[in-house]
Ligand binder design. Structure first.
Ligand SMILES: [Cu+2]
Length: 112
């Protein structure tokens, strides 16, 4: 997952990447930009009722607004190849204060 960093803009030098963890603040609309380097995958968070195919060569956006802090499962719902079974991650929905603290720490760690 690539995060926009302090400036809130993707594609700038302060972007940073965290493997298999999607951290978001509660109560705000979240837009994810989905892209694939190989085959069709599918972004799926069952508890949010959000599913969007991810197609090579396309920048596809999906959005959701988490309402309850907690940890949720994110999986690929498209049989995409031999590694499909391990295409999973966690969505961490934080309070705004927790999210700000996480963002600050993750951005700092990414710089090192
Ligand atoms: Cu898959």
């Amino acid at each position: 997952m690539t995060y926009p960093g302090a400036d809130g803009q993707l594609g700038t030098p302060d972007d940073f990447t965290v493997r298999n963890q999607l951290h978001v603040p509660v109560g705000r609309p979240i837009v994810v930009h989905l892209s694939s380097e190989d085959v069709i995958h599918s972004f799926y968070v069952p508890q949010f009722r959000v599913r969007q195919d991810v197609v090579p060569g396309m920048d596809i956006k999906a959005w959701f607004q988490p309402t309850v802090p907690g940890t949720y499962e994110l999986g690929c719902s498209q049989l995409c190849g031999l590694g499909h079974y391990r295409m999973r991650a966690q969505v961490y929905v934080h309070t705004p204060e927790e999210y700000d603290a996480w963002m600050k720490q993750a951005a700092q760690e990414a710089k090192q």
